[in-house]
Design a protein around this ligand. Structure first.
Ligand code: SAH
Ligand code: SF4
Ligand code: F3S
Length: 479
């Protein structure tokens, strides 16, 4: 298939996306073009978000942009004038689900021929996805990637007025765009991007290609955003980056690291600060020391280990050893004795032997993880690992995942059990989906807590005495 026949469109290239050109990134301020004002009047939007917190934050920006042009939200896709799928490319099954979804929503056009369907996020950054959409999903009207979501309004305008498919995917990142309006999903907790992109190039991972080069926001903008959130009553911010510990490494004129940022945010009067994702290679002693100050910095860290075997870690290009990882765990526990540590683990990476897998199980026990996201390795076209010989049968991979999950679940339960009989502070998310008389929220250690209470407590931090620990949650009563 050639791209020539689609010459009007802008297609991505994973090869281009791998290149890292400029050292420093310019910042620009977003301004809504006048001609977009009102294009969404009397119209409704519906956004479906897949993937990581980065995508959740991007969807809040798209919602903000849409509302600035007059669109209003709807929960119901059959009421929508535009449906946006904000996608994830990290594993093949995530992509298959989204293609299934695209097939399903095609029918909505029968009842509403004016419906616009847009595909954005990480999947369109892969050229193979865009070709597939062009060939097999002609009902998709707009395709754009992660580097230009602030131009959503223009693309909608073009789709309405030119009546043509609009495909605008850039291979490379552009400027950091400040001041994009946001419609935040929660009134009590907020995502705050501190950086974009990833330069780690773990050999299995598509993210450095779909999100581009590491670009840190200026700390003044981050601090101002957190101060504003605190003033408007937010109780929690989660700082976002694919590798938050690399924050500031791209600054050319100042020296300012993640530890500096955390320390500055520690002084702001907001009850809770969290961050994802930490990277074991770049997590430094100073960050651990700042975390130990506690105050508003929460005693939880998500520190993906991926494997317990040095051989596999090397093939994954993770740039640390199991010994170095365990030393970090020791340092974290020494400085923050009650810290909850969670992780990500991949099983069935090419060449993973029984011994390698046994080392991963051993790592889970030694590190005392209180939770883990576990995955079977999924080859991503364009990444180095997709070319590695992978001769492990699928059923062996599944069995390893099951065995790992059993151990991980014991960790969840042990991590929860340590709070039985104790009182914890819970930021209330609202009534539990299953039982309207129960409230649900997260403790400082990021444990899910359910307890009876009034809906009016939503958004408050309350003391809850824990009565019983289960694998996936704690149950308690308000003190
Ligand atoms: N930047 C974060 C996480 C990004 S993706 C970090 O480095 O921790 C979230 C998780 O998905 C990864 O930690 C990894 O465990 C998993 N993952 C990424 N690529 C994968 C692949 N090709 N197959 C299976 N799991 C993958
Ligand atoms: Fe992917 Fe590694 Fe970057 Fe995480 S740090 S996003 S796993 S390349
Ligand atoms: Fe998925 Fe993109 Fe996030 S690939 S995990 S949505 S950065």
């Amino acid at each position: 298939m050639t791209r020539d026949k689609y010459e009007k469109h802008l297609f991505p290239s994973l090869k281009e996306a791998r290149r890292r050109m400029q050292k420093e990134t310019k910042q620009i301020r977003y301004q809504l073009p006048d001609y977009l004002l009102g294009i969404g009047n009397n119209k409704k939007y519906h956004i479906k978000t897949y993937g990581c917190q980065g995508n959740l934050a991007d969807s809040e920006k798209m919602a903000g942009l849409l509302e600035a042009t007059g669109f209003r939200p709807t929960e119901f896709e059959n009421e929508a004038d535009i449906i946006i799928l904000n996608t994830c490319a990290v594993r093949e099954n995530a992509e298959n689900r989204i293609f299934g979804e695209l097939g399903r929503i095609k029918n909505l056009k029968k009842h509403n021929p004016d419906l616009l369907i847009a595909l954005c996020g990480c999947m369109p950054q892969e050229e193979s996805v865009v070709f597939k959409v062009m060939e097999k999903y002609p009902h998709v009207d707009i395709v754009f990637g992660t580097h230009n979501l602030h131009r959503l309004g223009e693309y909608i305008h073009d789709a309405y007025f030119s009546k043509e498919k609009v495909v605008r995917v850039y291979s490379k990142e552009g400027e950091i765009v400040e001041g994009v309006p946001m419609k935040r999903a929660f009134p009590q907790k907020a995502w705050v991007n501190i950086m974009y992109g990833c330069d780690e190039f773990c050999s299995y991972c598509i993210v450095p290609y779909t999100r581009g080069k590491e670009r840190s926001r200026h700390y003044r903008d981050i601090i101002a955003e957190v101060e504003e959130l605190a003033e408007s009553g937010y109780k929690e911010v989660t700082l976002l980056g694919q590798n938050v510990n690399a924050y500031g490494k791209d600054f050319t004129d100042i020296r300012y690291t993640f530890a500096d940022l955390l320390l500055d945010l520690n002084r702001i009067d907001i009850p809770r600060i969290r961050f994802v994702t930490a990277h074991p290679r770049d997590l430094d002693q100073r960050t651990i020391e700042v975390m130990a100050l506690r105050g508003n910095i929460m005693p939880h860290i998500h520190l993906p280990v991926q494997s317990g075997s040095n051989k596999i870690l090397k093939k994954m290009n993770r740039k640390y050893t199991r010994e170095a990882y365990l030393e970090l765990i020791d340092a974290l526990r020494e400085h923050i004795p009650d810290i909850a540590i969670t992780t990500d683990i991949i099983v069935g990476f090419p060449g993973e032997s029984d011994e390698d897998f046994a080392e991963t199980l051993d790592m889970v026990k030694r590190a005392g993880f209180e939770g883990a996201f576990t995955f079977i390795y999924s080859p991503r076209s364009g990444t180095p690992a997709s070319k590695y010989k992978d001769d492990l049968p699928a059923d062996v991979k599944k069995q390893r995942l099951q065995e790992l999950n059993k151990l991980v679940n014991e960790g969840y339960l042990n991590g929860n059990k340590r709070f039985e009989g104790k009182t914890v502070k819970v930021l209330v998310d609202g009534p539990s989906g299953k039982n309207a008389n129960m409230l649900t929220g997260y403790s400082e250690h990021n444990k899910l807590v359910n307890f009876p209470g009034e809906k009016s407590l939503t958004g408050e931090i309350v003391d809850v005495k824990i009565e019983k620990a289960y694998t996936w949650h704690l149950r308690g009563i308000i003190e």
